[in-house]
Design a protein around this ligand. Structure first.
Ligand SMILES: Nc1ncnc2c1ncn2[C@@H]1O[C@H](COP(=O)(O)OP(=O)(O)OP(=O)(O)O)[C@@H](O)[C@H]1O
Ligand SMILES: [Mg+2]
Length: 245
């Protein structure tokens, strides 16, 4: 097991005017001082808007990735929507440096695909390392699996924001199988997710972000897992509860 990022810490004083200073996720991280990454896979889970993307984008930028996503070679920029949290955090890095890496930003898979096409026209053959087909000619889910299968080479740091959004349950299982062999090959993943399936990945840390704090939990203690299970165990009962019919 290789850990390339051992922890994230708030290291600077965030000015009052910055919206990130009022995010509970940021306040809670500040209170904790440091959030350790001890396993090859760390998940961030929690409600919409709690701050998962903000946090993992800041980690990715600090680790040297382009804010818009991609590998460390990518330097395109479209609408730069990232927050300035990266200015106020620091990463405690391991002694080994990752050989490979990729940052998959939830909103910019399309732009990453376009950038690969542009790079390929400048340097023909590059597309081969992505499976030989433009990611634009694949569906969203097919593109994601092709990216992980062909471009993630191991001994890498992979930061993924909601990778499940592209995937069917079967596709998600394919992703987990690919992740397992990448972990075996000394990779580290930091992932934000809403998927109760993905968060069952063995030997991982799950940080659940809530307004009250950042807690390390088991997958079957997360709000996502419990609510999904309640629903699947008895959809009729849940629907009656929700709609009051
Ligand atoms: N430019 C901005 N100005 C003000 N507030 C912002 C800005 N960008 C994001 N926010 C707020 O920061 C909070 C955290 O957003 P973030 O995208 O990190 O949430 P998230 O946990 O990733 O949510 P989701 O599960 O929906 O992806 C949200 O409440 C959002 O409205
Ligand atoms: Mg998000």
């Amino acid at each position: 097991m290789s850990i390339y990022i051992k922890s994230v810490n708030i290291s600077g004083e965030i000015p009052e005017g910055e919206y990130i200073s009022s995010l509970n996720a940021v306040k809670n991280l500040k209170k904790m001082g440091s959030l350790p990454f001890k396993k090859s896979v760390t998940f961030f889970v929690g409600e919409n808007g709690i701050g998962k993307s903000t946090l993992i984008e800041a980690i990715a930028i600090n680790a040297g990735f382009n804010p818009e996503g991609g590998s460390r070679d990518f330097n395109f920029s479209t609408v730069c929507a990232n927050s300035r949290l990266y200015d106020y955090i620091s990463l405690d890095k391991g002694t080994l440096r990752a050989v490979d890496g990729f940052f998959l930003r939830a909103e910019s898979f399309f732009n990453v695909a376009s950038n690969i096409d542009t790079l390929n026209s400048e340097k023909p053959g590059l597309l081969d390392s992505y499976g030989g087909i433009s990611l634009h000619e694949l569906s969203h889910g097919e593109g994601l699996i092709a990216l992980v299968k062909n471009r993630f080479r191991g001994k890498g740091l992979y930061i993924l924001d909601e990778p499940e959004s592209a995937l069917s349950p079967t596709g998600l299982i394919s992703l987990m199988i690919l992740m397992k062999s990448l972990v075996k090959d000394d990779s580290q993943f930091i992932i934000s997710t809403h998927s109760p399936i993905l968060m069952t990945f063995p030997d991982s840390t799950i940080y659940e972000l809530t307004d009250g704090g950042i807690n390390s939990v088991k997958y079957d203690q997360t709000e996502h897992f419990l609510l999904t299970k309640q629903f699947l165990d008895s959809p009729e009962r849940m629907l009656k509860y929700i709609f009051g019919e």
